[in-house]
Write a protein that binds this ligand. Structure first.
Ligand code: 8YV
Length: 336
């Protein structure tokens, strides 16, 4: 019998990763481009050691309770792990790992793309040329946007990604403000000339752009609540490359419709029953820019995420502590 670890992979991964997995492990990959049901996952895991899953798989307490005894490791292909009930996994004696760091820079790049897209009218400019065909040519007053330089950016969650965004934004001439559970050391703060706020409400009222870089946890659900959105500076806007649950989306839509906020640039939005038509209408009016959960979607990041999954599995199966173990909520920073 083979000594290779037996793994179930719930989604297709880049080819180079799939073939490496096939040589290292006894690999079973869901080759349909659809999410497996809980029953499919349970059935597919019979006799397996490892579940390799992604954000689209709901690994809740009910599923964890039904996992075959052989399964010991849940290896998430992704940084965020809000699709996994980590506490239930731990209680069941399972180890959970993720793939941080390798997607930090690409995600931060996308935050900058989105931050620039609204004030510099990126989507509108493209549409005018290729869709509407109505460009009358250059004029001194055509397509005027607003400069980003000199504006105040408020970063919520100054972890790896938040810090990478701050570094880029600093180079664009933005003034950096941040709210985080822990103040960052001078080695990080000083080069950014960053202002730390102990109080999120006060920061939100003071900045021109709010960008979210915190995981989705019980503590951060609707962090941008209706009250906080109402407390934002008039004319300011929101950038979100994190998770939709961080924002009360209905309230966000209402604040943009009323003209209090100038807009939002969102890589993530509520999508369980389709995208909110009011959000789409605002996108038609160029007050909202939407991208399709692609902030970390570079081939390079996906390959490195796959390599990180492999490293985690091999360490775990060799009896070592995997390098990217995820602790239950109580044991890890949620707004670091
Ligand atoms: C992916 C992400 O799109 O890692 C995350 O938290 O949101 C993205 O990298 C997705 O999670 C892949 O599973």
């Amino acid at each position: 019998a083979s000594q290779k670890p037996k793994i179930l992979v719930t989604r297709r991964l880049p080819e180079s990763i799939e073939s490496r997995m096939a040589t290292l492990f006894e690999t079973d990959i869901n080759d349909g481009d659809i999410t497996l049901t809980s029953d499919d996952i349970i059935a597919g895991l019979e006799g397996k050691d490892v579940l390799v899953c992604s954000i689209t798989d709901t690994i809740d307490a009910a599923l964890i309770a039904r996992l075959p005894q052989s399964v010991r490791l849940i290896a998430q292909f992704g940084n965020g792990i809000d699709n996994i009930d980590v506490e239930a996994a731990w209680a069941a004696g399972l180890t959970v790992t993720n793939t941080p760091s390798v997607l930090t820079e690409d995600t931060a790049d996308m935050a900058m793309v989105l931050m620039l897209a609204l004030p510099r009218r990126l989507v509108e400019g493209t549409q005018m040329l290729v869709r509407d065909g109505v460009w009358a040519g250059w004029s001194p007053t055509s397509m005027l946007g607003h400069r980003l330089r000199g504006k105040a950016l408020g970063i919520v969650g100054m972890g790896r990604i938040g810090t990478a965004v701050a570094q880029r934004a600093k180079a664009f001439g933005l003034n950096i403000h941040y709210y985080s559970r822990n103040r960052r050391p001078p080695a990080i703060e000083d080069p950014l000339e960053a202002t730390y706020w102990h109080d999120l409400d006060s920061m939100i009222a003071a900045v021109d752009i709010v960008s979210l870089h915190t995981p989705h946890t019980r503590e951060t659900f609707h962090l941008l609540s209706a009250k906080r959105l109402a407390g934002m500076k008039p004319g300011s806007f929101v950038v979100n490359v994190s998770r939709p649950e961080l924002i009360d989306e209905t309230a966000l839509v209402a604040e943009i419709e009323s003209g209090h906020l100038s807009g939002a640039a969102l890589d993530v939005f509520e999508n369980k029953n389709g995208i909110n038509p009011r959000l789409l209408a605002l996108a038609e009016q160029n007050k909202v820019v939407l991208t399709a959960h692609m902030a970390s979607a570079t081939l390079e990041a996906r390959v490195e995420m796959g390599e990180t999954v492999i490293v985690n599995i091999r360490a775990f199966m060799d009896g070592h502590q995997p390098p990217h173990r995820v602790l239950p909520e109580g044991g890890r920073g949620t707004l670091s």
